[in-house]
Design a protein around this ligand. Sequence first.
Ligand SMILES: [Zn+2]
Length: 495
Amino acid sequence: MARIAIGGFQHETNTFAPSKADYSAFEAGGGWPGVQYGEPLFGAVEGANIPAAGAIQALRALGHSLVGTAWAAASPSAHVTADAFERICGEMIQRLKSALPVDGVYLDLHGAMVVDTYDDGEGELLRRVREAVGPRVPVVASLDLHANVTRAMFDLVDGLVAYRTYPHVDMAETGARAARLLDQILRTGKRPAGAFHQLDYLTGIPSQCSFIQPCKGIYEELGRLEDKSGAMLSFTPGFPMADFGDCGMAVFGYGAPDAVERLRGVVSDAEKDFAMELHDAPDAVRRAKSRGEAGTPVVLADTQDNPGAGGNGDTTGLLKALIQQQAEEAVLGMLIDSASARRAHEAGQGTTAVFNLGGLSRIPGDAPLAGEFTVERLGDGRFTSTGPMFKGFRMTLGPMAQLRTRAAPGVRVVLASRKCQAADQEMFRHVGVEPRRSRIVALKSSVHFRADFEPIAREVLVVKSPGPALADPAEFKWTKLRKGVRLRPLGPVHA
Ligand SMILES: [Zn+2]
């Protein structure tokens, strides 16, 4: 039995996004549990599809005793403020030091955190963890599939293990896999040889879905390479919205450097297959109107305003296209606008009032949507998610409402007060909308929605409408990215 310190600090930073993650963003959690210190972190993550939950369960089953340090997550956004980083990281390190001696450390990290004061947030966090425990205590971390993995991160730890699914239905499972690697190191006293390679092209997040090619095939090949070699491998397509040197894809693994090298070849060869068809909002709505039916709706992914990629979920471009074309049995969610949600609650269910919806982030090309709306249903934003990705997450999204626009009575909009990606059907059911009965379902999400919505969808269209989470990374103004990286598959080279 070993004594293992547990911690976590998840943030996915879109350095081009409109708002930063301050300490209150980690208190709110954005769908995840709010910031936790010490023992309460175990209860906060228990039973949810969260890496730490999977790791904790696996380590306990292996007979280890665990010490909680700090665990925190916030909605993706621009930089983590220096204050939030120092408070959370500071608390983690202080609790880790007072727990010493420990035999090992497990950390639940995202791997794409940019802090106001550190471009490589996890690199800095891991440097402090390593400094606290010394060179001999094994440290293993699980990472998001959207991690931008740096050489510093890789060199500071004994193991990094990333998700293999996008939508991330395997978060808890990945935590458990990281736990088994840590257990193996503790039992054998040996650290398997690691290898790490970055790739030299970026790809937009809609094309990173593991349900579709090329990622489906890449992860299948990863599994075959593991079976043949006995290695533990990871492929991170990265989060192509963080302007720093190490942004982008990586492959890494332990136990068989040759297998890591082969995986690099597989990802390199797949470059052209990452190109993806995107639709503008009017075209997408036209197609959805002609093909969507109650029972098998067309699902529109408003990818560039995805709260899971730094959007604030408040742009109105796709909603306006639905209204302009008088779509029927159409619903858009979740539009994140706390003032309008509050106004709906003040007006009351069944009343009609003038609203000025969204447009709060002042994204170029976007503006609020003014008009008369009927308040069809209200909700308190408290419910438990049931879809494969957010399964077991206890949501607290603040006042919610379902509105029907007078300008196009077939169009409804679901409002929430706190940012969260529309990746679970319960977000709609909570305010009286059964997604399957709609003809068109428009979602503030890039890919995660596919886990719960693709099974009911006739087809999925990825829509390019105003928002800060650009689907084509070549459209960002990169300043710190390392030179020589192609900004999209087979695209222009960053010089
Ligand atoms: Zn991710």
